[in-house]
Design a protein around this ligand. Sequence first.
Ligand SMILES: [Zn+2]
Length: 200
Amino acid sequence: MRFAAIHNLLRKHRLQVVGTVFNSQTEVDRAYEQTAEIMTRTIAHEGGHAIVGLALGAGDVLEWIAIYNVSGETVGGGCRWGHKACPIEEQWMSHTAGMAAEKLQYGTYDEQLARWDKVDLKNAKFNPADLPKYLEKCGAVIQSHSSAWHTLQDLLYERTIRDLTYRIDAIRQGDTDVGHVTGQEARGIFAAEQVKAASK
Ligand SMILES: [Zn+2]
């Protein structure tokens, strides 16, 4: 569903996609599909980073989440966090959260989307052998906030569609994020879930 809508808009507006040199229409088609696939997965992935960060108490330094894409040959999203000291295990969880979220939603995570996370993990002296354990740990955190995670994904998706519909010129010029949600909005979604859970 999300994939199809994003894919249609990318094609309709002929937005720049992954890759730069195409030798056939098949390759162009494939590039549109890959871009839509990455953007669709990024919604779950970045939603996972945000939820785990919020659950670990770093919500106050979450500045924004975005699905970006499109300004050049790069696609993929991000969460921007301000600085906050936390135990190394929590940093590892934060870097693992996107992969864990994809795994929950799709059964596997995409190596391309995970490549910066893996660089961050390496820089933080993470033992790769612990990855399965951390994927499970993060998966459990995300599942325990599953309604907030889904609400956040809905909003990221809605903004992505809005931007791909109404902000094409800015996207083409590469001077806007796609699917931008503020830290405050994410905190609001997370807090609303806590209130609902508490009143049950
Ligand atoms: Zn990530």
